[in-house]
Design a protein around this ligand. Structure first.
Ligand code: FMN
Length: 181
């Protein structure tokens, strides 16, 4: 598997691995709402994520209002396409918790993968310092906005599993750096 393929030949079916293998950053969305129960499932994936000392130093604000989505697309310069998304999650991390960024990043991945398994594409946009976004959704000052995650059904068919990644031998080793696994 040294960089040639994203699949593990001979591996048993593994839906979690498959989601990791195929998920991609989705930046173009269909004009189609996401059902409430799907948004709820994505929220639960975030809520159920583990965190350091189980502190759960996060809050996720789900936005579907078109005007607010447009405002999010304007405020986060690296994610203007949020304006066309069906929904977005504003992800807040508690400022006074030194592990919050790690915890929240893990919750973000849970939500991205849960969304993907429902056919909903998403992406991570922005990174810290968005007090304007925090104020837009009324998060208390004690939170730092770590990301805005636009959500939507992908507009285009995505090449499932075709990823641009470093080859395996550059990324992991057995026992000692450089020994192939
Ligand atoms: C921490 C982090 C921050 C990111 N920030 C942005 C961003 O601001 N705007 C954007 O369009 N994509 C952003 N991305 C998406 C990455 O660029 C993308 O996942 C990466 O290029 C790999 O592409 P793929 O997910 O389609 O395989 C971010 C991803 C991560 C993990």
């Amino acid at each position: 598997m040294h960089g040639k393929s994203n699949t593990l030949t001979g591996a048993m079916a593994n839906e979690v691995f498959d989601a990791v293998r195929t998920v991609l950053a989705v930046r173009e969305y269909q004009d189609k709402p996401i059902p409430k129960d799907v948004l709820q499932l994505i929220a639960e994936a975030g809520r159920l994520t583990a965190s350091g000392s189980n502190k759960q130093p996060w809050h996720f604000v789900f936005v579907t209002d078109r005007q607010k989505l447009q405002e999010l697309g304007r405020l986060v310069r690296t994610g203007p396409y949020t304006a066309q998304a069906a929904a977005a999650i504003v992800v807040g991390a508690e400022r006074d918790n030194p592990l919050a960024v790690s915890d929240v990043s893990r919750a973000i991945q849970s939500m991205i993968l849960a969304a993907w398994a429902e056919g909903v594409g998403s992406n991570w946009t922005g990174f810290t310092g968005h007090d304007d976004v925090r104020d837009l959704v009324g998060l208390p000052d004690s939170f730092n906005v770590i990301a805005v995650l636009p959500l939507g059904y992908p507009k285009r068919k995505l090449g499932k599993g075709l990823k641009n990644r470093k080859p395996a031998n550059e990324v992991y080793s057995a026992e000692k750096f450089g020994n192939p696994l």
